[in-house]
Design a protein around this ligand. Structure first.
Ligand code: UDX
Length: 428
């Protein structure tokens, strides 16, 4: 199949390279020339395991390329995936500007495409968007009718950063929202290239499945954090509790690690967008509000414990170990460390941050307001307190001997050598 992928962010690039690795002829489109040039020369603009090798392979094979020209790519292909970003507005609601812009361009191109072209929305969009925003734009600019002259579908992605290619190649399920059987059959062949569950739904349900999945994952984390906070007050190890709770097959052991909670480009954004949508249609989403509230509380709790330990943070040297929102990524979007560092700075602390991959990104936010250490040891030297924020494996065993006060607050339950220090678990 000839495939166009609009947008070369996380989802677009993984989808494009992944489909090219399956033998399809793929053209990825972006509006940023620098990104297109990078991709064509084999450099991935995102940090993702195995992606550089696979990108090189499909470029060499010649069935993958990037371009700025959306129109010529779509005109010449069978399927177009919309993978552009859907950022949050100030109030948390979804901004559809990029989806609308790209839909217009695709519509104009479909006008000149003689085949039964299929457009698939992969961007995370609020239920109803494909039907009431994307389809009318495509119809207006192509002069054609959806389901008659071209196919329309919505197929959400469930990719985890750091494991995105693995998730793309071996999905737990493939969801295809469409009312058009021909479109469904074609997409089933393209997306379900190995034995997996394929679920055919309406457009709206496919959109909601993505939000419900991410909202549930976020809820599970806030739930275990709340249990963890109660455990801590009762002197109970929440990890011992979670282990036994997770053995119930109805619950499962995943996403039961209590601590600093969730960050990243999806979970916070999607829960907020769903909450705002619910409010806009007259429903008060009490549970979603609480999920976000508990998540924020965990960050504040870490700073509160530090303040209690040192009585005053003003002028104190604080080692912050980990800035990335989780290990094995340099992504700091909505990372707990950002809020924590901001709170520390407000209290006059002298922050020394270290991260295995994300310091460059941290520098873009904090500039010279904080110090950047080249190693955990440098951050810990003469520090009054150490905060472990990200679960990087190198933080499992640390040398605290050069700290001023050997106080360590572990936000991820990762530290193994807890002897000879004042160890404080966030919720255990
Ligand atoms: C998530 C979803 O998993 C994925 O399906 C979706 O497509 C995008 O959002 P990702 O953002 O890569 O993926 O991160 P994930 O591995 O799911 O972790 C999210 C956050 O939750 C991280 O900050 C992580 O540290 C935190 N987390 C996860 C916990 O605090 N406890 C847990 O038990 C699990």
């Amino acid at each position: 199949m000839k495939i166009t992928v609009a947008g070369t962010g996380y989802v677009g690039l993984i989808t494009g390279v992944g489909l090219a690795s399956q033998g399809h002829d793929v053209t990825c489109v972006d509006i940023i020339k620098e990104k297109v040039d990078k991709i064509n020369s084999g450099i991935t603009p995102i940090h993702e395991k195995d992606l550089p090798e696979l990108l090189k392979k499909v470029l060499e094979r010649g069935n993958f390329r990037a371009t700025l020209n959306l129109k010529s790519a779509v005109k010449d292909s069978d399927i177009t995936f919309i993978c552009v970003g859907t950022p949050s507005r100030e109030d948390g609601s979804i901004n559809l500007q990029y989806v609308e812009d790209v839909s217009k361009g695709i519509g104009e191109a479909i006008k000149e495409n003689g085949k039964y072209h299929i457009v698939v929305v992969k961007s995370t969009v609020i239920p109803g968007t494909t039907e009431s925003v994307v389809t009318p734009i495509l119809e207006k600019y192509s002069g054609k009718r959806a389901g008659v002259d071209f196919g329309i579908a919505m197929s959400p992605e469930f990719l985890r950063e750091g494991k995105a290619l693995e998730d793309f190649m071996h999905p737990d399920r493939v969801v295809i929202g469409t009312s058009d059987q021909k479109t469904f059959e074609t997409l089933k062949d393209v997306l379900a290239f190995e034995q997996t569950h394929v679920i055919k739904t309406s457009l709206k349900s496919a959109e909601m499945i993505k939000y419900a999945s991410n909202a549930f994952l976020a809820t599970k984390i806030s739930f275990i954090n709340e249990i963890g906070n109660i455990c801590k007050k009762l002197g109970i190890d929440s990890y011992e509790v979670a282990k036994a709770v997770g053995m119930d097959h109805r619950i499962s052991p995943h996403f039961l690690r209590s601590g600093l909670g969730f960050g990243g480009s999806c979970l916070p954004k999607d829960v907020k967008a769903l909450r705002e949508k619910a409010k806009s249609i007259g429903y008060e989403p009490k549970l979603l509000d609480s999920v976000l509230e508990v998540n924020q509380f965990q960050r504040e709790q870490m700073v509160k414990i530090a303040e209690e330990k040192l009585s005053n943070l003003n002028g104190k040297k604080i080692a912050v170990l980990g800035v990335a929102f989780k290990a094995y990524t340099d992504d700091i979007r909505e990372a707990p460390a950002i809020d924590i560092i901001k709170m520390l700075l407000e209290k006059g602390a002298n922050v020394f941050a270290y991260d295995s991959e994300a310091l460059e990104n941290a520098r873009k936010i904090f500039g010279d307001k904080i110090n950047y250490a080249d190693s955990p040891g440098e951050a810990l030297e003469s520090a009054d307190i150490c905060l472990i924020v990200t679960e990087w494996p190198e933080f499992k065993n640390l040398d605290f001997s050069k700290m001023k006060n050997k106080i360590v607050i572990d936000g991820r339950n990762i530290l193994e050598n807890r002897n000879g220090i004042d160890y404080v678990g966030l919720c255990w």
